[in-house]
Design a protein around this ligand. Sequence first.
Ligand SMILES: *Cc1c(COP(=O)(O)O)cnc(C)c1O
Length: 348
Amino acid sequence: MIPLEVLETARKELTDWRSSGMSVLEVSHRGKDFVECAAEAEAAFRRVLGVPDNYKVLFLQGGASAQFEFIPMNLAAPCDTAAYINTGQWSKKAIAAAKRQGLESIIVADEAASSYTTVPAAGSFEVPADAKYLHYTPNETIGGVEFGYVPQTSVPLVADFSSTIASRPIDVSKFGVIYAGAQKNLGPAGLTVVVVRDDLLGTARPETPAVFNWKTQAEADSMLNTPPTFGIYLLGLILRWIEETGGLTAMADRNLAKANALYKAIDSSDFYSNPVAADARSWMNIPFILADSSLDQLFLSEAKEAGLVNLKGHRSVGGMRASIYNAMPIAGVECLIDFMNDFEKEHA
Ligand SMILES: *Cc1c(COP(=O)(O)O)cnc(C)c1O
């Protein structure tokens, strides 16, 4: 979801942006107005996330999936070693990309034994000292599995924050690289945010495409070529909405209250269940299954009639999944819980 207030602002401004007589969709990315807009979005991102001065914030394209490939290309030579934690489907894609890029990727922890319903205990894995970085997925969007801690390691920590960025305060200084497709919590599809510590710039392989070379893009303020202008504009509006609604501390309170309410409803029922270990439950993506999966289709169609959509679990796992990103109000979660209770009464 994108906050309704933000969509309404965008609609109001769509045909005449900053009194230019033009839409933000029409202006040049090199024009003064857009350059200012991008600088404001970056400044807001730095304020909201608390990004220290020795980090660059890049606005790129290609999604988090492109970064799966460009992380190895920017940080390691072929045949170098990198460490990966495997907590599920997005981790696996990142690992596969590292292999494609020639890395010796060492899986330092793999949660296969729990069918990816857990995260490794803090301190339970060892990262080889020669690893160029340690990669992990703080929130596995499909499995609904989330780290409750930031792994400690002496090598640069690289984190795929696609589905949990800006859901709560984080200490950016613990990370070497944070990256996220913006479309889940920060904006529309088409914008990818990469936050990278200065000392990790300049190690890209020579064949790295220039538009995906973090150093080249940092030097060009992410405007080596045309950036995803509408995404950057909307990111700025969404960050302003986060600030106006109390910043990430208030966001965390709301997100935790939403997640707790839904987990409580699931746990207090024999009809619904969530398989994830208590200390690894996601605040953002809550998968659940019905005791009788033959009712899945009926659940989805009655939910749709009640105005509740996008509840079908990822095609690879089935069941249901409630993605309750930043912009989902608590009322949306309460509405889902009421519906689930009614459905259970009728069909259990
Ligand atoms: C959605 C998602 C991705 C893929 O993002 P794209 O921008 O579509 O490439 C990667 N990682 C995680 C954790 C995601 O949730």
